[in-house]
Write a protein that binds this ligand. Structure first.
Ligand code: CO8
Length: 258
């Protein structure tokens, strides 16, 4: 692949969008490679995925403006669908995904980070949906996910006025979980990923599924989703071993994903 680097270390994988000369902007080729890289993840081995951008300046500076500039209505819709399909695939991965936002996260970059479960940012990160200043709406889910993550009034300001926010404001809005100096961002993301990877994988996946599916339905239906997933954990070796270790006053076992 020319624009995606993928590295797996034990149960953690780091996927880097690597088109640094265009600040990692997403053109069709990058999106195609991202899609293929997501499909290729070994979900039996990987327990947490980190997505980041190459270099110190940008996570992803958006969809490629040059490529979009001449699209027709039908082509615009098709390009939006291509991005949405990939981002939805990321969102629906059974394993947790952490965005390590190492600089500009604008337009499609902000949207990519929002399709991840958790966002950590470097101090120089900048988030924004500047599309209306280019004559378009966000097209990779920005109008939908931003208003679901931060207060709707602030989301609307960012969408209508193109207001960009820095890392500290993103932290205060809950758009990111934590902010680090640039050089500490990836180690911090890997530390969190390791912590997740040490827990029982079936229970972690079930927790993700319960949150994501539960948020789409009424609380009565959501509680039932949790009950079923909770019950299913009692068919696992990891539950038996995890609880036995606690009762025997031993440290948590190495969970086997069984
Ligand atoms: N697309 C294409 N090229 C880009 C992009 C981009 N989004 N962002 C940066 N680049 C390129 C620049 O053109 C430049 O290339 P070159 O060196 O060949 O001139 C190179 O990256 C470096 O950029 P700058 O010189 O501009 O770097 P600065 O540090 O001066 O500025 C900024 C950095 C502020 C990030 C600036 O580059 C910028 O404003 N970029 C555009 C940000 C933006 O508006 N993003 C949103 C794009 S729209 C979008 O993402 C919609 C998503 C949904 C699409 C649905 C389609 C239907």
């Amino acid at each position: 692949m020319s624009f995606i680097k993928y590295e797996q270390k034990d149960a953690i994988a780091v996927l880097t969008i690597d088109r640094e000369r265009a600040l990692n902007a997403l053109n069709s080729e990058v999106l195609g490679e991202l899609d293929a890289a997501i499909d290729a993840i070994d979900l039996d081995a990987v327990r947490c995925l980190i997505i980041t951008g190459a270099g110190q300046k940008s996570f992803v500076a958006g969809a490629d403006i040059g490529e979009m500039s001449t699209l027709s209505k039908a082509e615009g819709e098709a390009f939006g669908k291509k991005g949405n399909d990939v981002f939805r695939k990321i969102e629906k991965l059974p394993i947790p995904v952490i965005a390590a936002v190492n600089g500009f996260a604008l337009g499609g970059g902000c949207e990519l980070s929002m399709s991840c479960d958790i966002r950590l940012a470097s101090e120089n990160a900048v988030f924004g949906q500047p599309e209306t200043g280019l004559g378009i709406t966000p097209g990779f889910g920005g109008t939908q996910r931003l208003a679901r993550i931060i207060p709707v009034g602030k989301a609307k300001e960012m969408l209508y006025a193109g207001t960009k926010i820095k890392a500290d404001e993103a932290l205060s809005l809950g758009l990111v979980n934590a902010v680090y100096p640039s050089e500490e961002l990836l180690p911090a993301a890997e530390k969190l990923a390791s912590k997740i990877a040490r827990n029982a994988p079936i229970a972690v996946r079930a927790s993700k599924k319960a949150v994501d599916e539960g948020l789409q339905v009424s609380i009565d239906e959501a509680i039932v989703i949790e009950e079923k997933l909770f019950g299913s954990c009692f068919e696992t070796e990891d539950q038996r071993n995890g609880m036995a270790a606690f009762l025997n006053k031993e440290k948590a076992p190495a969970f086997q994903n069984k």
